[in-house]
Each structure stands twice: as structure tokens, then as C-alpha cells.
Design a protein around this ligand. Structure first.
Ligand code: NAP
Length: 273
């Protein structure tokens, strides 16, 4: 379906759902005119509050606890699928974010938009259903391994563990592209100039979680060692793809390398040595 491409970025009544999350924070910086709504202001498992006026929804609210979704898939679906249906029910253009975890990780070359999804776990399944729930007026942006200066994420966890321990055990048999939310939020403006549809938008480069942890410690000036372990040794409840690098076969914006994103994040946290 066509949309008005004259200037979708200059919206007057944009909304950000999930504004308390890491992407929600970054979106609020990039779209200062949009109204940020936290879960308290709109719990997206319920229909939109009465009288909510919007000409664009930046739908960043989601159940993102991958292991928790295995234990309670219905609650995860209520937020991810039900929440996206409610956001789409406003009947205005919607940007929604999806995940590399819609893929099973069997490939060893980057996943492109036309690759068939086949999620391994409950979280990925709810996100795939959420893509379908987004409707026809939606840009569906699949990204991966998000991190930023706020909220829960791998960078903040490693910085905490690195300050407490001499060695941290980190999974070394899953590869992806850690993506800085500031870069992803910036790219949203460009995505909104493209036709509605699914786009892969993740940082340049790829690494394992162990490589990522080493880079975090190095750039933060911490002497913490990384002990490389397998996902089986780590024993997370949810299965995760062994390989989930995303690239676009469409004209989606390309993001800076993940290492550049890491430095931007550490600079925001004021801890770049
Ligand atoms: N994190 C990743 O690695 C990753 C990777 C690929 C794609 N994504 C996707 O990117 C998007 C943004 O993720 P993120 O990393 O910014 O997640 P996040 O930091 O966990 O933020 C999600 C936000 O959604 C809110 N939320 C949860 N349930 C809600 C509800 N029922 N109603 C309203 N708000 C609710 C949370 O509120 P509370 O703070 O109150 O819980 C939180 O503020 C999501 O669609 C996610 O699936 C994430």
C-alpha cells in the first residue's frame, strides 16, 4: 500500500510506545516532537486509551525477556502480538521492531528479508506473529542484539560484572550483530521514506557474545578476562540461533559497525577511557 512520502518524519502527533525501554529512550531523542508513552500511560495489552490522537506510532513496547517467554508464552504473546494489534488499531502508519530470533540460525551467511523465518523459541514466535499483526501501514524493522545507555542489555550487564569479577564466562558459539539503539533510532527516519514492509537493519560487522564482551572490557579499560563457553554450557532456558546476522537485500539504511556503536554507547555512559 502507498503512503504519503512527502515527509513522514515531520509528523505532528507521533506516539512512542514502550518509551521506558532502551529503544524507546533513543526514539524519544530522535523524535522530540513525538509523545513518549510508558507502560503506565498505555499498557499495550489493552486497547489505546480513549481520545489518543496520533498520525504515527513508533511501537517500541514489547516483551523482550527471551527466557521468560518460554515460561509464560501467553503473557509474551499478549504484549507482543496483542500489543501490536492494538497499536495497529489506531489506523495510522506504524513502525514496529522485530528480531533476528525469528530465524533458526542454520544459515552461515547473513539472513535477508526473503529468507523464511523459523523461530526456535517462544519469544521469536510471538515476534513473528507480531509482524503479521502490524497490518498494511507498517514498517517492520528487524534488528539484533540491541544495546544502549539505559535499561537492561548486554553492555550494561558486562560493565557491572566486569567491575565485580576478574573473569566472566560468555557464550562463544552464537554470532550476530550488536546494534546500538541510537543508530537504529536515527535510521528510522530513513526507513519511513521507504515503502511499507519488512527491513533488516542491524549494525555492520558480526561477532560472538564473547567477542562483544572482550570489546566492552577493552573499550571500558577493564582488565576482566572472558572465558569462552558454549551455549549448552551456559544453559539458558530459551534456544537461540547460532547465527543470526541480518543484512538487507532491499534499500534499507546501513548502520555503522557494531564497534562504533559500542564506543558511542560508552561515550554516553561517560566511561570511555
Ligand atoms: N533487546 C534486543 O536485543 C532486541 C533485538 C531485536 C529486536 N528487539 C525489539 O526491539 C524493540 C525494542 O526493544 P528494547 O530492547 O528497547 O526492549 P526493552 O528495553 O525491554 O523495552 C521494552 C519496553 O516495553 C515496555 N513494555 C513491556 N510490556 C508492556 C506493555 N504491556 N505495555 C506497554 N509497554 C510495555 C517495557 O516496559 P517495562 O520497562 O515497564 O517493562 C519496556 O519499557 C522490541 O520490539 C524488541 O522485540 C530487541
Amino acid at each position: 500500500m502507498e503512503h504519503d512520502v512527502s515527509d513522514p518524519v515531520r509528523t505532528r502527533h507521533g506516539l512512542i510506545t514502550g518509551a521506558g525501554g532502551q529503544l524507546g529512550h533513543a526514539l524519544a531523542e530522535v523524535f522530540p516532537e513525538a509523545r513518549p508513552l510508558t507502560r503506565v500511560e498505555w499498557d499495550v495489552t489493552f486497547p489505546p486509551p480513549e481520545g489518543l490522537d496520533a498520525d504515527l506510532v513508533l511501537h517500541a513496547a514489547a516483551w523482550t525477556n527471551v527466557d521468560g517467554a518460554e515460561d509464560d508464552p501467553q503473557s509474551a504473546a499478549a504484549v507482543n502480538v496483542g500489543g501490536t494489534l492494538h497499536a495497529a488499531s489506531l489506523g495510522v502508519p506504524l513502525v514496529t521492531w522485530s528480531t533476528d530470533y525469528v530465524f533458526d540460525g542454520a544459515k552461515r551467511t547473513p539472513y535477508v528479508e526473503s529468507d523464511a523465518p523459523s523461530p526456535l523459541g517462544a519469544y521469536g514466535r510471538t515476534k513473528l506473529h507480531a509482524e503479521a499483526a502490524a497490518g498494511d501501514l507498517a514498517w517492520i524493522v528487524r534488528s539484533s542484539w540491541l544495546f544502549g545507555p539505559t535499561s537492561h542489555n548486554f553492555v550494561r550487564t558486562m560493565l557491572r560484572l566486569g567491575a565485580e569479577r576478574e573473569e566472566v564466562a560468555v557464550v562463544d558459539d552464537q554470532r550476530g550483530s550488536p546494534t546500538y539503539v541510537g543508530h537504529l533510532a536515527e535510521a528510522t527516519k530513513e526507513i519511513m521514506r521507504l515503502p511499507y514492509g519488512v527491513y533488516h537493519v542491524a549494525a555492520g560487522g558480526e561477532c560472538t557474545w564473547a567477542d562483544f564482551a572482550e570489546a566492552i572490557f577493552e573499550d571500558a579499560g577493564l582488565a576482566t578476562r572472558v572465558r569462552r563457553i558454549t551455549a549448552a554450557e551456559f544453559g539458558a532456558r530459551a534456544p537461540r540461533p547460532a547465527y543470526s546476522v541480518l543484512r538487507s537485500e532491499k534499500s534499507a539504511p546501513e548502520l555503522p559497525h557494531w564497534r562504533e556503536g559500542l564506543r558511542a554507547c560508552l561515550a554516553r555512559l561517560d566511561i570511555l577511557p
